[in-house]
Design a protein around this ligand. Structure first.
Ligand code: ADP
Length: 839
């Protein structure tokens, strides 16, 4: 670039419309017009060494623009050439707007192409601007122009002279500084290394000025004035000004971008992105956007069959939703709310078929063993409903320990009525909002459990089980029981108001059934609305029957087994009941049976693999079968779809003898017995210990009472987390025993004070469990008498009963609850003391 160029006095001229090529700049042009093609062919293409041509700017005028220009073609990154300016055209008006200065250019690269349909030849030329010239005379050579020119480059001596000029020195310094700043800014923006800076040191400053300006997007006028700046000082001044302007514009642009970016909030960004996404989806023909979503919602709402007033409310909400942008804060919650409105069963109900009481009874019998009275009561309940379907019968409430069949009875009612069944767990519900929902103004608000249950079940007339109604509590967050009162009140539940739903919902078609472990914690007003049906728990015999008839077949079925594979003899079930469970219901029993079934399933599966396939089967075995066999996978499953006689196969795989559960297997699967009769004998090895029966929410329990004496001042110590009532019972027992010390032969006639010189300590083991209630009276007396008389209590006897100070034992209740075969004692003799203890 720095070399000086020897220009010929005549140059072929390529007109350059509305553009200027400056020295030092490199451009790529596409020549398509016949004249420019000719020029390239004759002046550049056919020459051995690539020649020089002159680029002369041509001003576009109205006339020039209206002149047909067949060869003009534009492409985005290519400059265009024009030959629309006829110098001496006969019929054309003379429209010459040639600039009188141009730039000589050298072709750096040439390539030739042929346009497809027309077969026209075109050229792509890469040109480098070399130096300015002025035009003396313009003539044509064939179809293109040539010009006589005078180069405007300075000679070496002229240059030396200018470089001495202090003004020039100052200007060039100023320009370089500005150029340096621009380069730094650009490099910072593009994060590139300092390659451009090398230019500043190697290229003469006047050429640099051209190179810089050539890279800016400036107006044609400014380009022309740069081309006309032959004087170096003028050129530098102009270039400095342009570089400065460019720098300013970059800075301003940057500031604006920063500002706009800062202002663009997250939601706006999201909005922009969503718009883009929508555009992309449209482009792809993928139309499931929000509009569709809202339309689907609307359709669903229309189909929901809402009552007119609720439909109005829903429509108002829908209109609001439609006005919102999906990224707006309320959009989602509004959408979820409307979804719930649309999903709720406003009218949809399971069709109630004609109730067949006989079938209902059969169904109850086939599902549940025993429970005769309870089943009878259920049939009565169903009979009333049959006669008067809209009768406001009482809400049945099954009360009893876990696993006694409360839930399954409720679900049987649903089956008998041909209705859907939904269970709502109320255990641990302390917040009224759990029943009634949270208002929608709260973040994370949701409907209450009832409305949620109805949405799940999808019909407005299910049998709804309010499970563990006794486990609700009240605290600062309100009282769930009062909300339940409204639910169970036939007068009020027609317009049940869920805070989230905010519109009344008719619960009157729902049949409610409740369960509870105990009656006491249920608030009286709530209890008043229900009819309590007690399921006290099962005796060991009942459990055995339930296991044999219901649990075992079900457990086997659940594990893919049947009686051909596994047999659990009655004796073994008895052992499981005695040794591994201690409960009023049958849930643990079922769990233990399931554990046995699982273990058996493993054994059966293992045995299956050991059985060789019969001859027939081997003959039809396919490679797939073989590979399956090799993998140890389930063979039978694989063969059947392949059309093989599956009778043969099941014969082949049949277990010849079923697996019979024995005691050894029980121990292996369930571990050593958890409860056995030795326990009591061991614990009652010394005088002063007696066994009581207590009642808990989970069924009957055995409670030991230990009493011991030591040297002291006649105090009574009580331990084992005892409540006030049980402590008083201990005092009463102590007083009664002391009062009758002589009659009971606990003391001699002279020495009547049993506490003389000693303290008594009574402890109830399992000290971490709180205990209370009056029924330990007789047990305490027995423990104390045993202690003072130094005689051991029978190991096979347990007792219960409240005793008065006078020694009367009050009638006892809940014996069936308290006594279970599995409660340790093989031969349980219940001490039912209903009259005064004989002295
Ligand atoms: P709860 O609701 O009282 O805690 P479930 O109804 O869940 O108890 O009963 C536990 C399991 O015991 C269920 O599988 C149930 O079928 C079974 N079950 C309870 N009582 C009987 C019974 N009398 N006859 C047959 N199966 C019973």
């Amino acid at each position: 670039m720095a070399e000086s160029v020897d220009l010929p006095i005549r140059l072929a001229i390529l007109p350059f419309r509305n553009k200027v090529l400056l020295p030092g700049a490199i451009i790529r042009i596409r020549c398509t017009s016949p004249s420019s093609v000719k020029l390239v062919e004759q002046e550049l293409w056919q020459r051995e060494e690539k020649g020089l041509i002159g680029i002369l700017p041509v001003r576009d005028s109205a006339e020039a623009a209206s002149t047909p220009s067949p060869g003009v073609q534009t492409s985005k990154n290519q400059e265009e050439t024009s030959d629309s300016h006829k110098l001496n055209g006969k019929n054309q008006p003379e429209v010459i707007h040639w600039h009188n200065r141009g730039v000589a250019a050298r072709a750096l690269h040439l390539s030739r192409g042929v346009e497809k349909p027309s077969g026209r030849v075109t050229y792509i030329v890469v040109l480098e601007g070399l130096c300015r010239f002025s035009v003396q005379e313009l003539t044509t050579r064939g179809t293109y122009y040539t010009a006589r020119i005078i180069p405007l480059d300075m000679t070496k001596s002229d240059m030396d002279q200018v470089e001495q000029d202090p003004e020039f020195v100052m200007l060039s310094r100023q320009f370089k500084a500005m150029a340096m700043e621009l380069i730094s800014v650009l490099e910072q923006k593009q994060k590139t290394g300092g390659r451009t800076k090398v230019l500043l040191e190697t290229v003469p400053v006047h050429k640099l000025a051209d190179i810089f300006v050539a890279s800016f997007e400036i107006s044609f006028e400014e380009q022309l004035s740069m081309l006309d700046s032959v004087d170096l000082k003028v050129r530098l001044l102009k270039a400095t000004e342009l570089v400065d302007r460019h720098l300013q514009s970059i800075r301003v642009a940057e500031k604006i971008t920063q500002k706009v970016e800062g202002q663009l909030s997250k939601s706006q960004k999201e909005f922009l992105l969503r718009q883009q996404m929508r555009a992309i989806k449209e482009e792809l023909g993928d139309n499931d956007d929000e509009d569709d979503d809202v339309a689907t919602l609307e359709r669903k709402m229309k189909a929901a069959g809402m009552p007119p007033n609720i439909w109005k409310h829903a429509q108002r909400e829908l209109r609001r939703l439609k006005k919102m942008q999906p990224q707006q804060p309320g959009y989602n919650s509004s959408h979820v709310y409307l979804d719930l409105l649309a999903d709720l069963p406003w009218q949809k109900a399971s069709e109630e078929h004609e109730l067949d009481l006989k079938a209902a009874k059969d169904h109850l019998d086939s599902d549940h063993y025993g429970l005769v009275k309870i089943k009878h009561r259920i049939i009565e309940y169903l009979a009333v409903r049959k006669l008067k379907p809209d009768a406001r019968g009482p809400v049945l409430c099954f009360v009893g320990p876990p696993g006694v069949g409360k839930t399954s009875l409720a679900s049987s009612i649903a089956t008998a009525l041909g209705r859907k069944f939904v269970r709502i767990s109320l255990g641990g519900v302390k917040d009224e909002a759990d029943i009634r929902g949270h208002r929608r103004t709260y973040i994370g608000s949701m409907p209450g459990r009832l409305i949620d249950g109805l949405k799940r079940v999808g019909v407005c007339n299910p049998v709804m089980l309010l499970d563990e109604i006794d486990k609700t509590g009240s605290d600062v967050r309100g009282d769930p029981a009062s909300a339940l009162l409204e639910v169970l009140d036939p007068e009020q539940n027609k317009t049940f108001n869920d805070h989230y739903l905010n519109v009344p919902y008719d619960l009157s078609k729902v049949i409610f059934v409740a369960t509870a472990n105990r009656v006491q914690p249920v608030p009286p007003p709530l209890l008043d609305r229900m009819e309590v049906i007690e399921l006290p728990g099962y005796t060991p015999e009942e459990k055995l029957n339930i296991a044999m008839r219901h649990l075992i077949p079900r457990v086997l079925d659940q594990h893919g087994l049947n009686f051909d594979f596994l047999q659990i003899p009655e004796a073994m079930v008895k052992l499981v009941i005695q040794r591994y469970t201690r409960e009023a219901g049958v849930r643990n029993l079922e769990r233990n049976l399931a554990a046995i079934a699982r273990a058996a399933a493993v054994r059966v599966a293992e045995r299956e693999h050991a059985i060789p396939l019969s001859k027939d089967v081997q003959q039809i075995a396919s490679p797939l079968l073989e590979s399956r066999l090799a993998d140890g996978a389930d063979v039978e499953m694989e063969i059947i779809p392949m059309g093989v006689n599956n009778h043969d196969i099941s014969q082949a795989l049949r277990i010849t003898s079923p697996l019979v559960v024995d005691e050894a297997m029980l121990e292996k699967v369930l571990g050593p017995p958890r409860y056995d009769d030795r326990e009591t004998a061991d614990r009652i090895a010394t005088p002063g210990i007696s066994v009581g029966l207590v009642w808990t929410a989970f069924g009957g329990e055995v409670q030991f009472v230990e009493a011991t004496a030591m040297v002291g001042k006649g105090d009574l110590h009580l331990t084992g987390q005892l409540g006030d009532v049980i402590k008083e019972s201990a005092q009463i027992a102590m007083t009664w025993v002391r009062a009758r010390a002589t009659q009971l032969k606990l003391a001699t006639a002279e020495e009547t004070n049993l506490l003389e010189g000693r303290d008594i300590h009574i402890h109830f083991p399992a000290g971490a469990i709180p205990k209370d209630g009056p029924s330990a009276g007789v047990t305490l007396v027995t423990a104390l008498v045993s202690l003072f008389s130094q005689r051991k209590v029978r190991t096979d006897t347990a007792m219960t009963g409240e005793m008065t100070l006078r020694g009367s034992v009050l009638p006892v209740g809940g014996i069936k609850d308290k006594v279970y075969f599995q409660l340790i004692f093989m031969w349980f003799i219940l001490l039912l003391v209903t009259s005064e203890i004989k002295q």
